[in-house]
Design a protein around this ligand. Sequence first.
Ligand SMILES: *[C@@H]1O[C@H](CO)[C@@H](O)[C@H](O)[C@H]1NC(C)=O
Ligand SMILES: *[C@@H]1O[C@H](CO)[C@@H](O)[C@H](O)[C@H]1NC(C)=O
Ligand SMILES: *[C@@H]1O[C@H](CO)[C@@H](O)[C@H](O)[C@H]1NC(C)=O
Ligand SMILES: *[C@@H]1O[C@H](CO)[C@@H](O)[C@H](O)[C@H]1NC(C)=O
Length: 965
Amino acid sequence: MEAATLLLQLIILTATTASSAHPQQGHGGSSCIPAERAALLSFKQGIMVDPLNLLGSWRGGGCCRWSGVSCSNRTGHVTRLDLRNTLYWQDQSELYMDNPHGMQGQVSTSLLALGHLKYLDLSGNNLGGAGVPMPSFLGSLSHLVYLNISCSNFDGRVPPQFGNLSQLLYLDISNIYPYSGQVFSTDISWLGRLASLMHLDMSGINLTSVADWAHEVNRLPNLRALRLQGCQLTRSTPALVHSNLTLLEDLDLSDNVFYAPLAPNWFWDVTSLKTLSLEFSQLYGPIPDELGNMTALQVLDLQDNENIAGMIPPTLKNLCHLEQLIFTSVNLGGDITEQMDRLPRCSWEKLKQLGFVGTNMTGNLPVWLGNLTSLEGLGVSDNQISGHVPLGLGALSNLSVLYLGSSNLSGVITQDHLANLVSLKIMDLSFSSLEIVLDSAWTPPFRLSTVKLTSCQVGPQFPVLLKQQKGIYQIDISNTGIADTIPDWFWDSISHASSVDISHNQIYGNLPTKIEALTWQELHFNSNQLNGSIPELLTNVTKLDISRNLLSGPLPSNFQAAELVAIVLFNNYISGVVPTSICRLVNLAILDLSDNLLSGELPQPYYSVLAIHTLLLANNSLSGEFPSLLRSCTAITFLDLANNNMHGNLPAWIGDLSSLVIFRLRSNMFSGHIPSEITKLEELQYLDLAFNNISGMIPYSLANLTAMTSMNLDPGKKGLNGPFVQSAKRFGEVMDFEWYGDSLYVEIKGRELPYSTQLQYLVSIDLSSNNLAGKIPEEIGSLIGLINLNLSSNRLTGNIPYQIGMLQLLESLDISGNKISGVIPQSLSNLTSLSYLNLSYNNLSGKIPSGHQLDTLNTDDPATMYIGNTGLCGYPLPKNCSDSEKPHTNPIRQDNNSTIHGLHLGVIVGFVVGLWLVFCAFLFKKRWRIAYFRFIDSTYDKAYVFVVVNWAIWFRKSHTTPSST
Ligand SMILES: *[C@@H]1O[C@H](CO)[C@@H](O)[C@H](O)[C@H]1NC(C)=O
Ligand SMILES: *[C@@H]1O[C@H](CO)[C@@H](O)[C@H](O)[C@H]1NC(C)=O
Ligand SMILES: *[C@@H]1O[C@H](CO)[C@@H](O)[C@H](O)[C@H]1NC(C)=O
Ligand SMILES: *[C@@H]1O[C@H](CO)[C@@H](O)[C@H](O)[C@H]1NC(C)=O
C-alpha cells in the first residue's frame, strides 16, 4: 500500500476517532441519542435486502453497539457509519452480472439527523438503480471527513451539493463496474470548495463534457491521490500555469480517450508523483524527457497506448525509486538492450515489474538482467528479440512471472537457468525457438501454476519440468516434439489443472480408463498417437478434444460429464453406435465425431432438448433416416452428415431448424423430393445435398433463402455472414478454432478443398449427382451472394436461365451432365468472378458466347467446359458456326442504370475476389493459416486475457482495489 494512502488513513482515523471510541468502552456505548437511533432505524427501513446481514444487530440496546456504528464517547453522537460491502471487490468477474452480497434499498434522508457524522461508507451496495442519482442531501452532513459511496449503483448527475462538505479529506464516488445507468457530471467546479481533500476518486464517472477538469482539480492543493480512471476524458491539458498539486502521489488517468500527445501534459510538472497510471488512454507521441523530473516515481504504467512510440528517454536514469515499469503494447521499438540500458541503475535493486510485452523490440536480452535482484515479473514476449536467454536470469530468486514467448529467442534452457527461480509461478516460453533440456534426475525448485511451452523444443521425453508439480492450473505443451507415453507422474502433476493441452505431439499409448481428477475443464489431447479406448469422462470436463489420434472401440455408453460443452473426437477409429446418453448432455454445443467408424442409427431423443449448435458426423457408416433427434435442436447452426449410409425422405420439419447456416448431407442415400420448407431457412448459407437419390424439382421459392440474397460482406454485421460469424464466435468461446481446420472438405471448382474458418465467406448450393428433374428456377438469380453453384449430373431440362448472369459473386458454376437445352446466355460473360465453369454433356446449342471472363477460363483446355453438347459451335470447340447460328443476344437489354449498378458491383466483386484470394492462400499455406487464425482467434483473446488478467493481477492490484479498509 502506498505511503499516501497510509498517511491518509492515519489522518482520517485520527479525525474520526479522536473523540470516539469503541462503543463498549465509552459512555456512549450503551446509550445513544434517541433521535439518532430513530434515524438509523429509519435508514434500516429503507433497506429491503441485506444478504450479509450487516444490519442484523440493529435492534434493541444502544445504537452505538450496532455493527458499523460508532459514537463519540464524549458527546454520545454517532460519528461513524461503515456499511461497506467488502465482498464487492473480491470477485469482480461476477460483478458484471450481479452484486449478490450488496444491500438493496434506498438511502433514507433520515441520515440527516446524524449531524455529527464524520465518516460514512456505504460502498459496494445496491442503493441506487436506474434513474436514482447519488443522494444530494449527503452534502448537508457538514462534518463529514470521509465519504465513500463508490460502486453503489447510482445513476445520473453527481450532486454539486457535495461541494458543501468543506471538511472532506476523502471522497470516493467512483462507479467502475456499473450495471445500471451511467453517472456523469458536466461541471465539477464544486470540487474547488473541498480545499482539504486528500483523496479523490471519480473513476467511471462520465466527465466527457467537463472542459477544464485539470484546472478544477488543480484547486485542490492537498490532494495525495487522484483517480479518474475510465471517465471518458477526451482532452488533456497541455500544462497548468502553475501546478498546485505539489503533494500528489498517486495519479490514475487510465482508460480514457484523450487522443492527445503524451508529451505536453500538466502531470509532468507534478514531481511528487509516486504512481502514474496512463494505461489504455489513447495517448500518442514520444515519451518526454520530463519523465526524468519525477524523481519520486515508483510505478509508471503506459500499457496499451499503441501510438506512444520511440525510445525510453535517457532521463529515466534519475528515477531511483522505480519499482514497476509497464510498457506492454507501447510501440517502443529499437533494440531491447539499448532500451533496457536506460533503466536507472540506482533502482536496479528495487525494480520488481518490467512489462515489455508487445513493444516491437529487437536485439538480445541484456546479460546484466541477473542484477535486477528484486525482479518479480518480467514480460518481454511478443517482440522480435533473439539470441539466448542470459544465464543470469537463473539468479532471480524473487521472479514469479516470466514471459519470454512469441519471440525469436533461441538456444537451450537448462536447469542452470532455472535452479534458483524458487518463486516461479507463471512461465511462458511458447512460440519461441527455445529448447528445454533438463537432466532427467533434476527436480524443479518451484511450483508452477501456469506453464506454456507451445512450439518450443521439449521432447522427445515428457519434460521433468512438470514433475512434482501439484499446483498447475494451466498447462500447454502442445507441439513440443514429445514422442513418449504419458508417465504416471504427469497425471499427478495435472490433477488440479483446469486446462491441459498436450496436442500436436507424437504421444502414444493408452489413456487411463478413467481419469480421476475433478478440476479439469478443458482437455486438448488432439493430434497425437494415442490408442486404446476413450476414457470415461469426468463430471467437470467441459471441453474434450482427442481428435486425430488412434483411439478405437466404442464411445463410453454413459456420459457422466453433464457440463460437457464440446466433444471433439474426429479422425479416430471409434466404432459402435452413438450412445443415447449423449442426449442427456444438456449443455453440449459441439459434437464432432467425423471420420470414425460409427454405425447404426442416431439415438432418439427421450430426455431433453439439446443445446447443440454444431453436429459433425461426416465420414462414418451411420444409417437410418434423417435423425429425428434433430427435430428438437432448433439451435443447430452447422450440421454435417455427409458420407454416411442414411436414407429416406428429408422431413418437412427441416424448415423449423431456423438457425441452420451450413447443411451438408452429401453422399448418402436420401431420396424423395427436396421439401419446399427448406427455403424457410433464412440463415442458410451452405447447402450440400450432392450424391443422393433425390428426385423431383428444385424448389421455386429459393429466393426466400435470404442469407444468400444479400451481398453484405461485413462479417460483423447481420446479413450474409452475420449468422455464421455469430456461431463462429460461439465456437471460439467454447473451443480453440483449430479442430475445425481440415477435418472436412468443401467441394468447389471441381475439387475438394479443406474447410477453414473462411467458410464464412462461402455461399454455396450443391445439388449435384441426384435425380432432379425440371427446370433450373429463374429465382436462382436472386441468390446474388452465391459463390458456388453445382447442379451437375441430374436430369434437369429447359434453358440456362439468363438470370444466372446476375450472380456477380459466382466463382464456380457447374451444370454439366444434364439435359439442358437452348443457347448459352450471353449474360454468363458478365460473371466477372467466375473461375470455374462446366457446361459439358447437355443439349446446348448455338454459338458459344465469348468476351470478358469467359475467355480467361480454363485456358489449358477450354473445350472441356463445353464438350458433349452436339449443337454447340464456335471457339473453343473445333466446330465452326454456320450462318444460321447467329451469336445469341441477351433477351433483356441492359439499360443505363444497370451499367452504373455494374460499376458498383465491380467494386464489391473486386473486394470479394480479394478475400477469396486470401482464403485460397490460406487453404494452401497451412502455416499461414494457422498463424493467421492463431493471431485473430487466439492472440486477441489470449493476449487480451493475458494482458488484462496477468498484468492486472501482477501490476494493477493497488488500482482496482480501493485502498481503504
Ligand atoms: C474515550 O474513551 C477512551 C477509552 O475509554 C479514552 O481512552 C479516551 O481518552 C476517551 N476520549 C475522550 C475524548 O474522552
Ligand atoms: C458520456 O456523456 C456524453 C454526453 O455528456 C455522451 O454523449 C456519451 O455517450 C457518454 N458516454 C458513455 C460511455 O455513456
Ligand atoms: C492553484 O493554481 C491556480 C492557477 O493554476 C490558481 O489560480 C489558484 O489560486 C491556485 N491555488 C488554489 C488554492 O487553488
Ligand atoms: C524537467 O525536465 C526538463 C527536461 O528534462 C527540463 O528542461 C526542465 O527544466 C525540468 N523541469 C524542472 C522543474 O526541473
